[in-house]
Design a protein around this ligand. Structure first.
Ligand SMILES: Nc1ncnc2c1ncn2[C@@H]1O[C@H](COP(=O)(O)OP(=O)(O)OP(=O)(O)O)[C@@H](O)[C@H]1O
Ligand SMILES: [Mg+2]
Length: 288
C-alpha cells in the first residue's frame, strides 16, 4: 500500500487533483478526505468501482470519542469525579483544534485498518492551516513514539491492578491506540508521499514555502510539487497573455525556490474538471 497526501492553500485544486490521481493509480484505491467540507463527491460524482470515496467526519468521530473516553474513565473514577469528567468532555467538544485531533484519530484508523486492502490511498487534506494542525497532532515520529511509550507505561500500571472487567476494557482501548499509532508511524515513514499543490502566484508560493518548512520540521520529506491552473503561454487575448506571463515568472520562481524538487505543471482547463471523464485529462499529466 502506498499513501499520497495532497496539501496546499485553499482553492488551489487539492480535491480535484486528489481525484485525478486516484483515477490513474493501480486499483483498488481509497480516496479519503480529511476536509470537514464534503467535496470529494462533488468533484468525482461518478467514481469507478475500484475507487472507494470516504469523507472523514469530525462530528461522528466526536461522538465515538466521547463514548470511549467516558467508558474508559468510568473504570477508575468515582460517580462524583465521573460527573466532573462529563462536563470536561463537553467543554472539550468546543475546544479549538479538537477537530484536527479527531480527524487525526480517524485517519490513523482508516490507514491502519485498511492496510493491505488497498493498493493506493489518496488523502485530500483541508487547506494548509488545517493540515498543519493535523500534523501538529502527530508532530513527528519521535513525538509519536514518545506518546506510544507513555501509553505503554499507562498500560503497565493498569495491568498491575486490572482485576475487574471494566479495567480490562480500559486496557483494551489503550492497547488498540498504542498499536494503531505505531502502525501509522510506520506507514508515514515507509510508504507515504506528501504532494504540495500550488498555483503560480505570489501568495501560493509564499504559503508553499511555509508548508514545506513545517513539513520538514515534522520530518516529512517532499519530492514533488504540483503547480496547478497554468494558463496557455500564447493566446489572442492580451489580457490572458499578460496573466500567463505573470504565471510564467512565478513558475520560474517556484523552480528556483525548490531546486531539488520535481515540479509538475497542470494546465487550467477551459471547462471545470468535474467528473470522471474530464478528470482523466488531468490524470494523464500526473506522472509522479
Ligand atoms: N486544472 C484546473 N483547471 C480548471 N479548473 C480547475 C483546475 N483545478 C481545479 N479547478 C477548479 O478550481 C476550483 C477549486 O478546486 P478544488 O476544490 O479542487 O480546490 P481545493 O484546493 O480542494 O479547495 P479547498 O481548499 O477549498 O478544499 C474548483 O472549481 C475546480 O473545479
Ligand atoms: Mg478541497
Amino acid at each position: 500500500m502506498r499513501v499520497f497526501f495532497l496539501g496546499g492553500k485553499g482553492g488551489v485544486g487539492k480535491t480535484t487533483l486528489a481525484c485525478a490521481l486516484a483515477l490513474r493509480l493501480p486499483p483498488p484505491v481509497l480516496l479519503l478526505s480529511t476536509d470537514p467540507a464534503h467535496s470529494l463527491a462533488d468533484a468525482l460524482p461518478d467514481p469507478p468501482e475500484h475507487i472507494t470515496l470516504k469523507q472523514l467526519d469530525p462530528r461522528a468521530e466526536m461522538e465515538s470519542y466521547k463514548r470511549k473516553l467516558l467508558a474508559l474513565s468510568s473504570a477508575f473514577l468515582s460517580q462524583e469525579a465521573l460527573r466532573r469528567m462529563e462536563s470536561l468532555v463537553r467543554s472539550l467538544e468546543e475546544s479549538p483544534g479538537i477537530e484536527d485531533v479527531l480527524i487525526f484519530e480517524a485517519l490513523t484508523r482508516e490507514l491502519t485498518q485498511n492496510n493491505g486492502l488497498y493498493e493506493n490511498v489518496v488523502v485530500d487534506t483541508a487547506p494548509t492551516g488545517h493540515t498543519l494542525g493535523l500534523l501538529k497532532t502527530v508532530k513527528n515520529i519521535g513525538d509519536l513514539l514518545t506518546e506510544v511509550i507513555n501509553i505503554k507505561e499507562k498500560i503497565e500500571k493498569l495491568r498491575s491492578y486490572a482485576k475487574s472487567k471494566k479495567h480490562e476494557q480500559a486496557l483494551k482501548v489503550l492497547k488498540e491506540r498504542n498499536e494503531r499509532f505505531e502502525k501509522f508511524a510506520k506507514i508515514v515513514r515507509e510508504r507515504s508521499a506528501f504532494l504540495p499543490v500550488l498555483t503560480p502566484d505570489k501568495l501560493s508560493l509564499l504559503e508553499t514555502k511555509r508548508l514545506l518548512h513545517s513539513l520538514q520540521h515534522f520530518g516529512i520529506k517532499v519530492n514533488t510539487l504540483i503547480v496547478n491552473k497554468v494558463l496557455p503561454k500564447s493566446s489572442n487575448d492580451p489580457y490572458l497573455e499578460k496573466l500567463a506571463k505573470q504565471q510564467d515568472k512565478y513558475i520560474k520562481e517556484i523552480r528556483e525556490a525548490f531546486p531539488n524538487k520535481k515540479v509538475i505543471t497542470i494546465p487550467m482547463l477551459e471547462e471545470e474538471p468535474v467528473g470522471r471523464e474530464r478528470l482523466r485529462t488531468l490524470s494523464a499529466l500526473l506522472r509522479l
